[in-house]
Design a protein. Structure first.
Length: 261
């Protein structure tokens, strides 16, 4: 069952997503100012504007909560509730006009993914979820689907450039085993997993703000999310992620990722 604080925070996260979508709507009409971060990833004025607005709203409404954001750092990670924000997941797609980017607003509870909202401004879709409870797409309940083997599985993975050589080799082993692999898709691919359109999502080189919102949604839809060793992720995790709609399939995928070449 959903407790009162979950209902309150999920509604508040939805209002934050509304504000983020409005900022994106204005930005898509303008020429993007693009900067490069230390890791050579893209960042735009829109990324910064969204995160700044959301942080202001959170700090005013919940001053006792922590925040971890992609653009402006973190504080209070030891608090019970920590907001985890990726103002635009898929900034490269946003710049290119490919409509798979999204605004990710998660809440960690006791350092674990607990509640999430993913807003997709280009397609006017929204997903939300509470880990272990429920998930929805545009207000309608969604569930992950079962899959009876890797050879029948539809896998998604982000740009291979984000992976180390060893990680590319591991994903390559999985790719050769599954029915099909779709590369790219940013956060949208994780939403497809929660909706039962795909079966597996495997990535590396990530941070909590990349996955906390979508992890809560997937776990709310009955799926499972871990690192490649099967360990749960928390606010201090970074790197590899493996998500599946089916627990047995998840175990088979982990075994394939760790198998000898």
């Amino acid at each position: 069952m959903t407790d009162a604080i979950a209902t309150e925070l999920l509604a508040f996260a939805g209002r934050l997503a509304d504000e983020g979508r409005a900022i994106v709507a204005e930005a898509v009409q303008a020429t993007h100012t693009i900067d490069y971060k230390a890791d050579q990833s893209f960042v735009t004025a829109t990324d910064r504007a969204i995160e700044k607005r959301l942080r202001e709203r959170i700090e005013a409404a919940y001053p006792d909560h922590g925040i971890l954001g992609e653009e402006f750092g973190s504080y209070g990670l030891d608090r019970e509730f920590v907001w985890v924000i990726d103002p635009i997941d898929g900034t490269a797609a946003f710049i290119a006009g490919i409509p798979v980017y999204g605004i990710l607003i998660g809440v960690a509870r006791a350092a674990r993914p607990w509640l999430g909202v993913m807003d997709l401004p280009a397609t006017r879709e929204r997903m939300s979820g509470i880990a272990g409870v429920s998930a929805d797409h545009n207000g309608k309940p969604v569930r992950c689907k079962p899959c009876d083997g890797l050879e029948r599985a539809f896998l998604t993975s982000s740009n291979p450039r984000f992976l180390t050589d060893a990680e590319r080799a591991a994903v390559g082993r999985l790719d050769r085993t599954v029915a099909f692999t779709q590369y790219g898709g940013s956060c949208y691919s994780y939403g497809c997993l929660a909706r039962g359109n795909t079966d597996l999502a495997v990535d590396g080189g990530l941070d909590p703000y990349d996955v906390f919102a979508t992890a809560a949604i997937i776990e709310g839809a009955g799926g499972v999310v871990s690192d490649w060793a099967g360990r749960p992720i928390d606010l201090h995790w970074k790197g590899q992620i493996a998500a599946a709609g089916d627990r047995s399939l998840h175990g088979h995928a982990l075994a394939r990722l760790s198998a000898a070449s």
